[in-house]
Write a protein that binds this ligand. Structure first.
Ligand code: MG
Length: 169
């Protein structure tokens, strides 16, 4: 089924930091076309957290380039990428492949040497698949932070129903 081909990632990792130059090369790639929001940082991080800069540096030392392809606006993307030296593309409209195309062109590589990194199946994973490159998916950072609250909310559902009934709603 076409949906499955577009939405099933090639690799799922708990965090972008678990993606190493060795893993990237094992997947036949030498460049990562990465999403920003909730993949390597939260919406609350206007600039890259230190660990993101370290991760980019580790990739470069291992011979792997990182480019950022984001659906967010130019202001957000430019501020975030300033100082990383990474190619970046805003308003990519993923699952459109235009940002991925621009990134491999800018890096001067064939797309067979690129992989996608992101947190969303419908936009990131699908864009990678449509472009014909492997998609690596990580759970959204914000969800990891709010996991406790989501769990709590789930637990509250039966009580809310009961409460509603008790009050004749
Ligand atoms: Mg995202």
């Amino acid at each position: 089924m076409i949906f499955e081909r577009l939405l099933i990632p090639d690799l799922v990792l708990e965090s972008y930091e678990l993606l190493t130059p060795e893993t990237v090369r094992k997947m036949g790639a030498e460049a990562i076309l990465s999403d920003i929001d909730n993949t390597v940082a939260t919406y609350d991080d206007p600039t890259p957290p230190e660990r993101v800069l370290e991760w980019i540096e580790k990739m470069r030392r291992g011979g792997v380039e990182v480019a950022f392809v984001s659906n967010n606006n130019a202001e957000r993307v430019e501020l975030f990428c300033k100082g990383t030296g990474c190619f970046h593309y805003a308003k990519a409209g993923k699952p459109s492949v235009k940002g991925l195309e621009a990134a491999v062109d800018a890096l001067g590589i064939d797309k067979s040497k690129a992989l996608l990194l992101g947190d969303q199946l419908l936009t990131d994973c699908a864009a990678g698949k449509r472009f014909g490159i492997p998609s690596v998916i990580v759970p959204p950072i914000k969800d990891k932070k709010t996991l406790f609250f989501r769990f709590k909310r789930l637990l509250e559902i039966p009580y809310m129903k009961k409460y509603g009934r008790l009050h004749g709603e």
